[in-house]
Design a protein around this ligand. Structure first.
Ligand code: PEP
Ligand code: MN
Length: 341
């Protein structure tokens, strides 16, 4: 349920509603816009629906929400959520380009990539230290040593860093090095992990599960927001379909639909969606046109030597050409590259 307060409702009126909710055992989550405050109510449906707030001072209307997600919804918060880390922003017109290798492999590889993507205009650096590989025999990542290399490379060029938390037991460790915590597609419905990240003070980049619906993705994000962490970025990274020519199928309709359904920033990952270097540029352009707030793009100084996802990684030169091409398109969508400085 949402309690929509009148424009410029007084602090006392808002507090009165919050007090009544808490007395009834419900949680009140406030969304304070410039003129309007909306109170998201979470708790036992049976109890909530017996509460009658219509007519209370300052209350405009009460909306019963039938969807399984509330706090992530545009009904709860009309304005776009803007997330700023280390001087780079995403959402509300700020466009993020998160670039870097699939996996962190060495200091030279990370430093070379960091300098190249920064020079080309990327706003954040990525790299995986814990790799969720389909085969248990494939390279599993460098772990904490990798996190240190990622942090050092990000600091060297002044870019915030994004990396995946593969296991809830590593969340605190990863948060010690990363600005944004990524939840991989295979962990999208790891609800214990989402609960934990909800209590942490790091933004979460939540990737859509391989076979997850839009509603399941939003419900997964709701877990994080319910825990108190309002900073979640959603990522469309391709879904499983009958098509095998591409690694996955980039669901661009989901990007546009998510922009209507939620106030959270939405990005696309054409690298994992297509699995093919030659499709990364056209799918990046399409993602910008679909309204994405950012892109995640794999870049490797020597893709043919990459330990993971080489076939979909761009060379620094390809990435630089793509960024030059994307600049005016991003501006056409009334967005600006959300880089700091
Ligand atoms: C990644 O971004 O490194 C990754 C493993 O992606 P996904 O979880 O989308 O497969
Ligand atoms: Mn990868």
């Amino acid at each position: 349920m949402l309690v929509v307060m009148r424009d410029h409702a007084s602090a006392e009126d808002i507090q009165h509603v919050v007090d009544l909710l808490q007395e009834a055992g419900a949680e009140a989550h406030l969304s304070r816009g410039e003129v309007k405050t909306i109170i998201g109510v979470i708790g036992d449906r049976e109890v909530i629906y017996t509460l009658d707030f219509e007519g209370l001072p300052g209350v405009e209307r009460v909306v019963r929400v039938l969807k399984p997600f509330k706090l992530v919804s545009r009904d709860f918060q009309r304005e776009d959520t803007v997330i700023t880390v280390g001087g780079s922003s995403i959402g509300g017109g700020a466009f993020a380009v998160i670039a870097g290798p699939c996996s962190i492999e060495s200091e030279e590889q990370m430093m070379a990539t960091a300098h190249a993507v920064k020079a080309a205009g990327a706003t954040m650096l990525r790299g995986g230290a814990y790799k969720p590989r389909s085969s248990p025999y494939a390279f599993q990542g460098m772990g904490v040593e990798g996190l240190k290399l990622l942090r050092a490379a990000g600091d060297a060029v002044g870019l915030p860093v994004v990396t995946e938390v593969l296991d809830v037991r590593d969340a605190e460790t990863v948060a010690g090095y990363a600005d944004i915590l990524q939840v991989g597609a295979r962990n999208m419905q790891n609800f214990m992990m989402l609960d934990e990240l909800g209590t942490m003070d790091r933004p979460v980049l939540l990737k859509r599960g391989l076979s997850a619906t839009i509603e399941e993705l939003l419900s997964a994000a709701e877990y994080v927001l319910k825990g108190g962490n309002r900073d979640v970025i959603l990522c469309e990274r391709g879904i499983r379909t009958f098509e095998t020519y591409t690694r996955n199928t980039l669901d661009l309709g989901a990007v546009s639909a998510l922009k209507w359904l939620t106030h959270l920033p939405v990005i696309a990952d054409p690298s994992h969606a297509s699995g093919r270097r030659d499709l990364v540029a056209p799918m990046s352009r399409a993602s910008v046109a679909a309204g994405a707030d950012g892109l995640m793009i794999e870049v490797h100084p020597e893709p043919e030597r990459a330990r993971c996802d080489g076939p979909q990684s761009l060379t620094p030169a390809d990435f630089s050409a793509l960024m030059a091409d994307l600049g005016p398109r991003i501006a056409l969508e009334d967005k600006w590259l959300g880089a700091g400085e």
